[in-house]
Design a protein around this ligand. Structure first.
Ligand SMILES: [Zn+2]
Length: 305
């Protein structure tokens, strides 16, 4: 939505509340106090954020369990922030959000963005990839090890640095992407075959074809005992120029990494390990919902879930 569309859709705060409540309750609710079923929405007159039960005469917050539950801000500010997040191509910084919404502090704007990102993380990708996928990993943030300073061979791929690995899967036909931060396992190993397999299992249907590069972690796919979901592996040889024409490549997911890295360095500058997954969720959501209106509605649904 552009600014005029937004003001037409939500001229007052009540419109914003009505929209959120309608999304959450879909035209009815059960009283949390007496269990009575209400087929309509009954707001308290003195506070639209409260719903009312005429059976037991109790009231409760309409926003309970949503990201809007504890806010004192005008709910249009929240919807406007969500709209800005959706409209921005690469993401929006807390400072920019603070400027555009007039939120009192940088901290509040930062918290709001994190809550919006946490909604993006609720999106489920289970079994969503049912055709050819590419899998690849990249490294984000941190600093390269000092001993790698002048060795281009290791900095080229990132393996062997103390940056944080992120594993991503992209379905080629739909362009859908799923990615997750791959922190080291209990024994300190990272990007193990098991870890990579777990990522595939969390999003892919059984038996689909998986394109990988020559990284040894993906050899787990060649192990019939461990590849229980029977993915067919196609190994891409990066040293062969001719791999492109054959369709044997992982260029799709590699292209996504360059977008992720530009977002990290261009908008957010520095991201801590603790929060990296949230930014990765935002990145995936943004690529998976390119239509802004669809993305807005999806995000509101996730924010009240
Ligand atoms: Zn009741």
């Amino acid at each position: 939505m552009n600014f005029l569309e937004f003001t037409k859709r939500f001229p007052t705060e009540e419109d914003a509340i009505d929209f959120i409540v309608a999304t959450k309750y879909k035209g009815g609710y059960i009283c949390p106090n007496c269990g009575c079923v209400h087929k309509g929405i009954y707001h308290q007159n003195y506070d639209k954020r409260k719903l009312y039960c005429n059976n037991c005469k109790s009231e409760f917050s309409a926003l309970v369990g949503t990201i809007f539950e504890n806010t004192h801000l005008d709910l249009r500010v929240w919807l406007y922030a969500i709209n800005l997040v959706v409209l921005s191509k690469k993401g929006i910084s807390a400072l920019q959000l603070q400027r555009e919404t007039g939120i009192g502090s940088y901290r509040s704007a930062w918290r709001m963005l994190h809550q919006i990102r946490s909604c993006m993380g609720k999106e489920s990708y289970k079994d969503t990839f049912d055709a050819l996928v590419e899998i690849d990993e990249t490294y984000v943030g941190g600093k390269p090890r000092k001993d790698n300073h002048h060795t281009s061979s290791s900095s080229k791929r990132g393996r062997g640095t103390d940056k944080i690995p992120v594993v991503g899967v992209k379905e080629r036909s739909t362009g859908k992407i799923y990615a997750e931060v791959a922190l080291p396992d209990e024994s300190g190993k990272q990007l193990t075959g098991e870890q990579l397999m777990k990522v595939l299992d969390s999003v892919c249907k059984e038996g689909i074809t998986v394109m990988t590069d020559q990284f040894s972690g993906y050899n787990i796919l060649d192990d019939a005992a461990k590849n229980v979901r029977k993915y067919a592996r196609v190994k891409v040889d990066h040293s062969t120029v001719f791999s492109l024409g054959s369709g044997k490549h992982t260029n799709g997911i590699e292209g996504c990494w360059s977008i992720l890295k530009r977002a990290v360095f261009g908008i957010y500058h520095h991201i801590s390990v603790k929060h990296l997954q949230k930014y990765v969720n935002e990145f995936c959501f943004r690529l998976n919902y390119r239509d802004c209106n669809e993305a807005f509605d999806k995000l509101i649904n996730l924010s009240v879930a």
